[in-house]
Ligand binder design. Structure first.
Ligand code: NOJ
Length: 568
């Protein structure tokens, strides 16, 4: 396949293997399942896949806890299956990125097991161990840092006065990237997969590789009174990170052409991001921050009612715009609404009532911005969150269990907890792809590991949508076809201008180029008005019939009405 910065005109698809397609009837999707569905992906128009982790893992965090980087998780298949998938995908013009977990391993990784058994062994230095603090008869963790999945970021090593550090779950000890040996090992792992033909990596939790190695207490207030504070400044995007990543790139790629995507999280400024992804200079090619993901007050919204969650259209425009302004001249940028860690975008910014209209509108709005679009599996069907799932369905997720316990302790009702997880839980995005109306949606012959979304019985499934000319899926295909054609060049090379920036409900922008491309979207589930000063040369794509434009050039936009227009 041709080299160069191939992702610049690519269409990415985030594939969560456990829930994509099960080929062997155990309820868990697998590599052979992905292989079987390559024609579907090709027809959709995607040009590369990011596969969420497929390495051997005890699955405490669904694969983000790696036990062996050189073995494929038997649930997903074998190394041979991966080889075959690479071969077939490449033959169809689809590249494959693996999700590389670099910040931590599973506590079942042989390095960590050895580190626990023998405090003097070399592997001990791959991780972060510190002595606890004595408080009378009690032994407290070495500092007050909180973790993403549990109150303290430290877990005591049984029978000793030492603790190990984990930014995420207790079963996911962090690697010590200040140790060059760790850097070399990880670069070696990446290099071996590039040798095999993999096209790059989504690098998990990149933001957290460098820590404040003094491990001094965080001065932030302990707001929930549990004694710990989650202070990203202590372990996110710290200055040493740049050097670690530069070295990683040099040693892993050895001059090869591969895509490195860094997950840099939510606490990074565009100017810092720009340095990390600067073309030909930065250690990364694309950065995933989460600045455009939760712009509706949904994050941490326990205690709020569903009705209080409302898209902040101005904030959304502001966040897209500040990253665009800082980065577009010097960097490539990704575009995405969400991934396997978020609720479905339909529920975030769209509407169940206007399912088709809003799913189409959200795609159109995102797809023609500057950058490389990434679709998350199921978005192309207009999938919703798990509206009828009981709370037990969400407990599978490592991050959820401890949160539910603490919300119960804090006195939230079961109803409040349930509605919170139904609109925020990661399990929402992980429900299986429904291929048809069958019992398990044609995903498997067995009850799936992740709960089914029963909307497949209402026609939200591949088979029904393929037949329906007005479906979300067919709209996606058409939109992607246009994006990959000559208009894509104008999106890439034209200057993006916001149109009626101050409109609180509409998201509208223009690319000026040899021809002008205009996107107008009503982000609300009700009619809004939009003043229109352009001459329509062509309606390239539209999710409604007819144009409601008054002689005074005021446009009435129906709920989630969205236009892609060639204008003069
Ligand atoms: C980010 C991944 O996307 C998420 O699923 C995982 O739980 C954490 N990193 C920890 O690896």
């Amino acid at each position: 396949m041709e080299g160069g910065r191939w992702w610049q005109d690519g269409i990415g698809y985030i594939c969560y293997p456990a829930s994509f397609k099960d080929s062997d009837g155990d309820g868990v999707g697998d590599l052979k399942g992905i292989l079987a569905k390559l024609p579907y992906l090709e027809e959709l128009g995607v040009t590369f896949l990011w596969l969420c982790p497929i390495f051997d893992s005890p699955m405490e965090d669904d694969g983000y806890d790696v036990r062996d980087f050189h073995r494929i998780n038997p649930l997903f298949g074998t190394m041979e299956d991966l080889r075959l998938l690479l071969e077939e995908a490449h033959a169809r013009g689809i590249r494959i990125l693996l999700d590389l977990v670099m910040n931590h391993t599973s506590r079942e990784h042989p390095w960590f097991k050895k580190a626990l058994q023998d405090p003097m062994c070399e592997e001990r230095s791959y991780y972060i161990f510190r002595k606890g603090r004595k408080d009378g008869d009690r032994l407290l963790p070495p500092n007050n840092w909180g973790s993403f999945f549990s109150p303290s970021a430290w877990e005591r090593v049984p029978g000793t006065d030492e603790f190990y550090f984990h930014s995420f779950g207790r079963g996911m000890p962090d690697l010590d990237w200040s140790n060059e040996k760790v850097q070399d090992l990880m670069a070696g792992i990446a290099s071996s997969y590039l040798d095999m033909g993999v096209d790059g990596f989504r690098m998990d939790a990149t933001a957290h590789l460098a820590k404040d190695m003094s491990f001094a207490d965080s001065p932030l207030p302990d707001e929930d009174g549990d004694g710990y504070v989650l202070d990203p400044s202590r372990f996110s995007n710290r200055p040493e990170l740049m050097g670690y990543l530069q070295e990683f790139r040099r040693k892993a790629l050895k001059g090869r052409d591969a895509l490195l995507i860094g997950e840099v999280g939510g606490s990074i400024q565009p100017s810092e991001g720009e340095r990390m992804a600067r073309r030909g200079q930065g250690p990364l090619d694309l950065l995933f921050n989460f600045d455009t993901v939760w712009n509706n007050g949904n994050f941490g919204s326990i205690g709020k009612k569903d009705e209080e969650i409302r898209t902040d259209v101005m904030l959304l425009k502001h966040n897209f715009s500040r990253w665009y302004e800082a980065c577009h001249e010097t960097c490539d940028m990704p575009l995405y609404w969400c991934n396997h860690d978020h609720p479905r975008v339909l529920r975030q910014y769209g509407s169940r009532e206007y399912r088709k209209e809003s799913a189409k509108a959200l795609l159109l709005t995102l797809l023609f911005l500057y950058g490389t679009p990434f679709l998350f599996q199921g978005e192309e069907l207009g999938m919703d969150d798990l509206m009828d799932a009981p709370v037990g369905d969400f407990l599978h997720d490592a991050g959820t269990k401890e949160a539910v316990d603490s919300y119960r302790k804090e006195g939230y009702s079961e109803e409040e907890i349930l509605s919170f997880f139904r609109r925020t839980g990661r399990t929402n995005a992980r429900s299986p792809i429904p291929w048809d109306r069958g019992e398990w949606g044609g995903f498997s012959s067995h009850k799936p590991l992740f709960p089914m979304n029963h909307d497949h019985l209402l026609g939200v499934n591949v088979e029904d949508e393929e037949k329906d000319p007005d479906s979300v899926l067919n709209f996606y295909k058409e939109a992607i076809r246009i994006r990959k054609g000559p208009w894509g060049k104008i999106v890439r090379e034209g200057r993006l201008e916001w149109v009626d920036w101050n409109h609180q409900d509409a998201f509208a922008y223009l690319h000026r180029g040899q021809r002008n491309l205009l996107v107008i979207t009503n982000m609300r589930p009700y009619d809004v008005y939009f003043s229109f000063n352009f001459q329509i040369a062509d309606i390239l794509l539209h999710n409604y019939e007819g144009v409601l434009l008054s002689p005074e050039r005021v446009m009435r936009l129906r709920p989630f009405e969205s236009y892609l227009l060639a204008v003069r």
